[in-house]
Design a protein. Sequence first.
Length: 419
Amino acid sequence: MDLLDTLTAKGLRGEAPTREEALAVLATTDDELLDVVAAAGKVRRRWFGRRVKLNYLVNLKSGLCPEDCNYCSQRLGSKAEILKYTWLKPDQAADAARAGVAGGAKRVCLVASGRGPTDRDIDRVTDTMAAIKDADPEVEICVCLGLLSDNQAERLKAAGADAYNHNLNTSENTYGDIATTHTYADRVDTVQKAHGAGLSACSGLIAGMGETDEDLVDVVFALRELGSDSVPVNFLIPFEGTPLAKEWNLTPQRCLRILAMVRFVNPDTEVRIAGGREVHLRSMQPLGLHIANSIFLGDYLTSEGQAGQTDLDMIKDAGFEVEGAGEATLPRHRADVAAAASGCGTAASACGSAASACGSGGGCGPCGGHSHDAPVSETADESGDSGDSAYSRDSADELRSDLVKVRLRGAGTELAPNA
Ligand code: SF4
């Protein structure tokens, strides 16, 4: 049985590949790419059918962060010409959220720059969540405020948050290369605090920062071990004015391999294509939908995405459907575990999603009530054609800063949001 047969069979059973198998996915050739996508697509459809969950980002507080994450346009010392503003008022945030929900999003992701929230910030977000849920009680809310202190996750949960996003971003070994003001262990601690409080854990990665394949595999297995319900996969947006502005080392083919590897390691977890989707996948975005079951609608935290209607058209044209508010995101066995952890006894707060910690992408959210645990009619005999495991890294993209468009509409502006 070759690599893709093995990975498909394991994925259909909800099992992870070995580390070596995950590395081999990243080493497949362009000739094998469609076979890789097809194999990952079988696993995706087994657990998520043809549904695509839409998530909508609301940047509550933009820029001026004291942390030094190299990938982030909001970092200390960033020269990126992004919007900078302090906390949106609850009604302003609720207006932006409403636009996203009207556009088809079932989850709203409330994100604020900064190391972590003060207790006063938790009060602000509590008021904001109340304003959003007053207008639409069904909407899922994921919160992303940075590192949490004791009892803050419990306060957010009690205030109605469904999920908390905090990305690991990269491997433990290389974390010190992308940020020095906090550690990988700090990030793990916050994900555990959120999970421990009964919030759905949303935690993912950023690819394209100069990491090795081993780093990518390390962080993806770490996310599985942490029990993240949702794994946002960000592709670095190299903002002018940040230390990684020249890190254009992704191709659409490389992005698809990374997504496939994430799917095989986390077969029954929400996998979201997060920041950098349009910039790096470009015309190959629809192939990504065969692997991931979740995306952000419209714009990101500090950059603009394609028009929300274009997202919807893409989903429809590719033969997928937008996941409805009454549909559960996660398979029942995952939803039940999350519900038990939260002590709520329903399958309500099981999913996850969320945005890239703050810098390059963005997004979060919980689930509904139905089950999608039943297979959607796939068989396990996809014949892959991987064979050639020779490592062939894609050639780097040229500098494509023309593809990066700073967000100048929506939250924090007088202009309508893109949704
Ligand atoms: S990722 Fe978050 S913590 Fe890091 S610099 Fe950006 S806003 Fe600050």
